[in-house]
Write a protein that binds this ligand. Structure first.
Ligand SMILES: [Zn+2]
Length: 234
């Protein structure tokens, strides 16, 4: 993959429909980029990929390094090469949007990817517990997620911002996952506050999407559930 090209496997709509029995291997995912987000088979936890490793952010905040043969039913990754790096203060999650807008005010209809590193005052993160039965929709899992708040924690956030018009293909707007520096905790970020962290950013205008060829995927309705996505991925 070329620098800052995005590679995505499957569609968010498929995950919303519960399509998560199998996918590409961690090994293949790692060959496509150095930072990414996603989930695992049966949506068991959150995925964060960083510099050659894929981590499974499990429910109740535990972290496991994934095996190369583990499968990823939905994920997005990129060979991240920052175009700008700066120190930022983040009062809340919307401050990330503002920082991205300053960097590239034409990025409304383009993708952006970023990495935030340092000391966070507050990180509120969730991890999905996984499907209780095959095909259980993601929107149902949102009701049973594990949420934890971390105060004064060192770590890294990996994020992607997708244009509004891509809702359902990807998560429109911000989508970010956190992992602690000592790899003791992590999850899908709901709230974030930091006084002084380093934020590295890049615009992405190329996206490669690989679709699953499984019957599950082909049988899925793939209708767009804007409310449901906002509820579970916002
Ligand atoms: Zn997520």
């Amino acid at each position: 993959m070329e620098d800052n090209h995005l590679y995505q496997y499957s569609l968010l709509n498929a995950l919303m429909d519960g399509v998560s029995e199998n996918g590409i291997t961690v090994k293949k995912f790692l060959s496509k980029g150095n930072q990414g987000l996603g989930t695992f088979v049966r949506m068991d936890g959150e995925l964060l990929s960083l510099d050659g490793k894929v981590y499974q952010l499990q429910s109740e905040g535990r972290v496991r390094e994934a095996d190369l043969e583990d499968q990823i039913p939905f994920g997005i990754t990129t060979n991240f090469v920052p175009q700008i790096t700066k120190k930022v203060k983040l009062e809340d999650k919307t401050a990330i949007d503002r920082e991205l807008d300053i960097v590239n005010n034409h990025s409304k209809n383009l993708f952006m990817t970023y990495r935030i590193t340092g000391h966070f005052k507050i990180i509120k993160a969730r991890t999905v517990k996984g499907q209780e039965y095959k095909g259980q929709p993601l929107s149902e899992l949102g009701d049973k997620q594990y949420v934890n708040s971390y105060n004064d924690i060192e770590g890294t956030v990996v994020g992607f911002r997708s244009p509004k018009s891509w809702q359902g293909f990807s998560v429109a707007g911000e989508h970010l996952h956190f992992i602690a520096k000592d790899r003791s905790a992590g999850g899908h970020v709901l709230e974030i506050t930091a006084e002084d962290v380093e934020m590295a950013m890049a615009t992405a205008s190329n996206i490669h999407i690989e679709l699953p060829t499984s019957n599950d995927f082909n049988d899925a309705k793939l209708t767009m559930d804007d409310e449901g996505i906002k509820k579970v991925e916002g």
